[in-house]
Design a protein around this ligand. Structure first.
Ligand code: THU
Length: 132
């Protein structure tokens, strides 16, 4: 497993590619697979608002579309220009994580920097998950 700081660094780099002209809130995600491979994502907004996609889902959909479904953890950073806060994933992204990850094992790293972060289990963030 790579260093947590290294994974957060990948999320910080991904945030640079955020397309967020409407909210100005830029998010980066770095999703680690069981073999250590990392898929990154950023939020991508749209003038019609609803078609916007969060950074977490960008990373997960990139990975799934490349044939991966074995995820260990995801690091997130976000904030407007010049600030960094630790964003909690929205409910839709948590439900997408629940589709592919074991909620009692998968870790969500909410980071403000490579040194300042909190680690939550998906089960803590989404205790009741919809499944069929
Ligand atoms: N956003 C994310 O990408 N991930 C989160 O965890 C929370 C919110 C995005 C959606 C939108 O583009 C912007 O941040 C403001 O809500």
């Amino acid at each position: 497993m790579r260093e947590t700081a290294e994974l957060i660094e990948r999320a910080i780099e991904a945030r640079e590619r955020a397309y967020a002209p409407y909210s100005g809130f830029m998010v980066g995600a770095a999703l680690e697979c069981s073999d250590g491979e990392v898929y990154t994502g950023c939020n991508i907004e749209n003038a019609a608002y609803s078609p916007s996609n969060c950074a977490e889902r960008t990373a997960i959909f990139k990975a799934v579309s490349e044939g991966r479904k074995d995820f260990r953890r995801i690091a997130l950073v976000g904030g407007k220009k010049g600030e960094m806060v630790a964003p909690a994933p929205c409910g839709m992204c948590l439900q997408v994580m629940a589709e592919f990850c074991r909620a009692d094992e998968f870790e969500v790293i909410l980071a403000r920097s490579t040194e300042e972060y909190e680690v939550k289990k998906l089960a803590e963030l989404l205790p009741f998950r919809f499944s069929l």
